[in-house]
Design a protein. Structure first.
Length: 355
């Protein structure tokens, strides 16, 4: 790990922590006291430092603004009942960030910078980790290109930054989703499998149209046939049909979600039948019609488990069973919450204690 002596630390002279009830703040709007920064130039990473969270002046010619070299991760830290702060599967985020970096022609971030920077940042801002049952410290590691020049090419300079914000539940209630048939999130050979900023920008307009119809999110289908579901909004998709947990198989159009992988692992631990394969909209509608569609939900770092209460499809709305009648998703949601709070046996060694 990178030693604290290798990171220049400038602590804040006045914490803002006392200004907020961190167990009751809006998602993504209140930020912790400090941020971690590493700079890349001349072919190597250097200048690792932690400073008070602040706005950063930038050139309007910044290459990230013009050519989209911007990637990020979403992860969380949790405070256990005994007061320790732990990260959930941080090495998976580390590996996925570098997978994104390779696809976007950006430099990979060394482990000692990613994990070491996280450790030092959380030691400073551990007081910002909520203690509520559903609370966590949402962590946003990201990288942007920083050349100040106009011209289509990979940047020569970059910044890797980590910021944090206390967070509660992402969705306050089960969501209503619309199956999207005109717009597509990703295409084969594209960047759908990585966390590139542009993936989210292209999703905003169709999501806005769905919201105007009373839906919170969309279900994306594949761009080749428009028959198979892929993701829902910013989440991976899962269904319980009969006694089987189904989710779309990973491909270069689907993000390999860490919560997705965790839910599948727990389901298999519990002896549940799991299938990762193509799932057509016709199969989902047929299962709803014959009463075998028991559950539908999204999985993601921000939402963890987002229950889907209704699906819009071809001008019709299909209601799903009430949450209290669902057997798997509420149970796995509670299990993962208790695991992160230190109440369950961490048999997969997913939690990394940092302080």
């Amino acid at each position: 790990m990178i030693a604290s002596a290798e990171i220049k630390i400038t602590p804040t002279t006045k914490s803002r922590l006392s200004e907020y009830d961190i167990n009751n703040v809006p998602f993504g709007k209140i930020f912790a006291d400090h941020m971690f920064v590493a700079e890349y130039e001349n072919g190597k990473w250097s200048k690792c430092y932690i400073q008070p969270y602040q706005d950063v002046p930038m050139s309007y010619a910044l290459s990230a603004l013009h050519y989209g070299q911007a990637i990020f991760e979403g992860m969380k830290a949790y405070k256990s009942d005994d007061g320790h702060v732990s990260l959930f599967r941080p090495y998976e985020n580390f590996n996925r960030l570098n997978k994104s970096a390779i696809r976007m022609a950006m430099p990979e971030v060394p482990e000692e910078i990613f994990i070491g920077g996280l450790r030092e940042l959380l030691k400073l801002d551990q007081g910002w980790v909520p203690t509520s049952d559903t609370g966590s410290l949402y962590i946003r590691p990201f990288m942007i290109s920083t050349d100040e020049a106009i011209g289509v090419k990979a940047s020569d300079t970059y910044k890797f930054i980590i910021i944090c914000c206390p967070a509660g539940k992402y969705y306050a209630e089960p969501v209503k989703v619309l199956i999207e048939h005109h717009y597509f999130r990703s295409v084969r050979g594209g960047v759908g499998y990585v966390k590139a900023a542009g993936n989210y920008g292209r999703s905003l307009y169709p999501t806005k149209l769905a919201q105007e119809k009373g839906f919170q999110q969309v279900i994306w289908t594949d761009s080749e046939t428009n028959k198979y579901v892929e993701e829902s909004g910013t989440m991976n998709l899962m269904f319980v049909i009969g006694d089987t947990l189904l989710t779309p198989a990973l491909s270069d159009t689907i993000l390999a979600g860490i919560t997705r992988d965790s839910v599948l692992a727990v389901a298999r631990d519990w002896g549940m039948k799991v299938e990762e394969r193509k799932i057509s909209t016709e199969e989902i509608m047929a299962a709803h019609a014959n009463g075998t569609l028991k559950e539908a939900f999204g999985t993601g770092t921000a939402a963890t488990i987002a229950h889907i209460r209704a699906i819009g499809y071809e001008d019709n709305l299909y209601e799903l069973p009430a949450i209290e009648d669902r057997k798997f998703s509420p149970k796995v949601d509670e299990f993962l919450r208790n695991l992160r709070k230190g109440r369950e046996n961490d048999m997969h060694h997913w939690m990394l204690q940092v302080c």
